[in-house]
Design a protein around this ligand. Sequence first.
Ligand SMILES: Nc1ncnc2c1ncn2[C@@H]1O[C@H](COP(=O)(O)OP(=O)(O)O)[C@@H](O)[C@H]1O
Ligand SMILES: [Mg+2]
Length: 257
Amino acid sequence: MPLLEVIGMSHYFGGLRAVSNYNLSLESGQIAGLIGPNGAGKTTIFNLITGIYQPAEGEVRLNGTNVVGKRTNQIAALGIGRTFQEMRLWRHMTVLEHVKMARYSKLSYGLFGAFLDSPQRRKEEKKSTELAMEYMELFGVDQYADQLVVNLPYGAQRRVEMARALAMEPKVLLLDEPTVGMTPEEMVDMIMVVRKAHERFNLAIFLIEHRLRVVSELCQNVQTLVFGEVLVEGTPNEVQNHPKVIEAYIGDQEIDF
Ligand SMILES: Nc1ncnc2c1ncn2[C@@H]1O[C@H](COP(=O)(O)OP(=O)(O)O)[C@@H](O)[C@H]1O
Ligand SMILES: [Mg+2]
């Protein structure tokens, strides 16, 4: 059974069919990619998988259980983590606070209990600080632990976002354009960091990317989405050289081969 499976998923915005009969099968530990021109429906697919939108048709199965209809926080707790195309960080919180915040959703005392004092709370608090430090080290942002996110370089901010997503201990991680706006050096760092996270946690990763180089380096399997439909699916090499894919990208200024 695949870890994450999407079956016949469609979604409409008014009259616009943004996603059409979409299917995905992701095994545990697999890295797959989703590419396609701007407006193809890639982010919408992530929003459907994570419960931000409800699909008009279809199912999203995690370990065989349909999660359609569950709330975003329930889906996150079940093991689907994500980052966003436009980073969503609390600019005036420290790096450590961010990563610990993600852990509160996993802890028995919850956010409210965090303000009460008890041996149990202190023990969990200590454990969550240690764990947060571990995630921050993994993503090379531990030296910024007590700094406000707003003061970090952009590449480091994106790694904080990854550390936060992983602190929730997902089984599947969805990355929406993790290298968008990065310098080539930051991009290379990000590729390394994704690889490290994948190895360390045996994560399944599904990533949206504009840069084919990132997809080629990370993914075993890639889908090309055009107007909400998968046009071509295969290895990065097969997809990159496919005439239909090249045609779909003509005129898209942002694509970066
Ligand atoms: N909340 C929304 N309301 C209406 N239309 C939307 C909404 N979100 C996305 N769309 C439209 O759906 C299409 C797919 O968008 P999106 O999934 O963001 O594309 P991508 O991530 O591939 O660039 C686009 O035409 C976009 O304008
Ligand atoms: Mg998008």
